[in-house]
Design a protein around this ligand. Structure first.
Ligand SMILES: Cc1ncc(COP(=O)(O)O)c(C=O)c1O
Length: 404
């Protein structure tokens, strides 16, 4: 008799971004060149001062269990960051350090959601949100937003979706996958709507330091004094400091929620990696010049990507205000012949792009937005140039056969 899986196993699918990345790696392992724009991680090395702090920590014997919610030094530093830089008075007891922001989101959802609850998620959304909600037994209530409305949730649509079961609204600005950044006025209007209800907010601000041009990040919890007690803010070092592999994220939450998240972690994973915590401490308290350098580089790539998208036949893209993704509208190419097959949806589009043009993208359906594909520009300009050359040739085929 084989071991039966729990009913829960049907609730989640493997992360689509990681799955596309894995397919690209499989082709690479066969010796084929793949221009990989699927993965969402900075291509830069972790800055040397951070690596040095990790080495120092190891040599100093910081290689044992730490308190489950994180070392006091790091919780204190995160609290100081929010208090001093974001203007959100934060006590270290409100800070929980976890194994990456994804884990912080999981713990936060476990803390406040359960069977019978509903969680509002504006789409396009980051791939993991709806599966992480389902794991708690709660129901994701996805509200589609459109390119015409800047992929932003309006207060009216939020209020319309609220029911007596709604526990949380999940926000993500700057957004993965669209790069959309809500401005302060738009977020304030949403905050006012939230305050008319009993709904809490999970604000995922992991890309807060990566904004371009006039776009400015906003810490949602600062928008009204009453928000702090119903908002869980998520962030971490993965994207800002090119530290995806170190697995350090955090949540700033009302103290009782933070206490539960720490307790949960004590039963689940004990603590985040001790060495990574010391490295993260250096990241946020040490010199910040590498952040400025990486940001400037992302800005260059973003401008280049927008220039090249204009030349792609039948493709449009709302200019990303932050993060490192372009969300390409490829709907004009659906139900046409690409790479010898009729491409009916964004998954088929990505498959064709990978097999014919050797370009790895992620299907919009994984983000709750059919007709789009996500291109990550967390890769060097030369690779981007070659990738766009390949995409241009690939899309040309469909246009030559039947003009758009
Ligand atoms: C919107 C968003 N939130 C959270 C995460 C998770 O970050 P971490 O690698 O720290 O778990 C990601 C990573 O892709 C993300 O894009």
């Amino acid at each position: 008799m084989s071991l039966a899986l729990a009913a829960r196993s049907t609730l989640i699918a493997p992360s689509a971004t990681l799955a596309m990345g894995a397919e690209a790696k499989r082709l690479k392992a066969q010796g084929l060149e793949v221009l990989d724009f699927a993965l969402g991680e900075p291509d830069f090395a972790t800055p040397p001062n951070i690596e040095a702090a990790a080495i120092r920590a190891m040599r100093a014997g910081q290689t044992h269990y730490t308190p489950p919610a994180g070392i006091p030094e790091l919780r204190q530093a995160v609290a100081a960051l929010y208090t001093q830089q974001h203007g959100l008075s934060t006590d270290p007891a409100q800070v929980v350090i976890s194994n990456g922001a994804k884990h912080s989101i999981h713990n936060a959802l476990m803390a406040v959601c359960g069977p019978g609850d509903e969680v509002i998620i504006p789409a396009p959304y980051w791939v993991s949100y709806s599966d992480l909600v389902k794991l708690t037994g709660a129901t994701p209530v996805v509200i589609p937003t459109t390119e015409d409305h800047g992929f932003k949730l309006s207060p009216e649509r939020f209020l319309k979706a609220v029911t007596p079961r709604t526990r949380l609204l999940m926000l993500n600005s700057p957004s993965n996958p669209t790069g959309v950044v809500y401005d302060r006025i738009e977020l304030s209007a949403l905050a006012e709507a939230v305050l008319q209800t009993e709904v809490g907010v999970l604000s995922d601000e992991i890309y807060e330091q990566l904004t371009f041009g006039d776009a400015q990040p906003t810490c949602f919890a600062t928008l009204h004094p009453a928000l702090a007690e119903r908002t869980i803010t998520i962030s971490g070092v993965s994207k800002t400091y090119a530290m995806t592999g170190w697995r350090i994220g955090w949540a700033v939450a009302p103290a009782p929620v933070a206490k539960f998240m720490g307790d949960l972690q004590s039963q689940e994973t004990s603590n985040p990696c001790s060495i990574s915590q010391w490295a993260a401490l250096e990241a946020i308290t040490g010199p910040q010049d590498s952040v400025a350098m990486m940001k400037a580089e992302f800005q260059k790539r973003r401008d280049y990507v927008l220039e090249r998208i204009e030349r792609l036949p039948g493709v449009t893209c709302p200019p990303p205000g932050g993060a490192f993704y372009a969300f390409l509208n490829v709907s004009a190419h659906l139900n046409r012949t690409l790479g010898g097959t009729v491409v009916s949806d964004s998954t088929a589009f990505c498959r064709a792009a990978l097999s014919q043009a050797r370009v790895a993208l992620v299907m919009g359906s994984a983000f709750g937005a059919e007709g789009y594909v996500r291109l990550s520009f967390a890769t060097d300009l030369r690779t981007l140039e070659r990738g766009f050359d390949a995409l241009e040739r690939f899309l040309h085929e469909s246009v030559v056969r039947a003009p758009l």
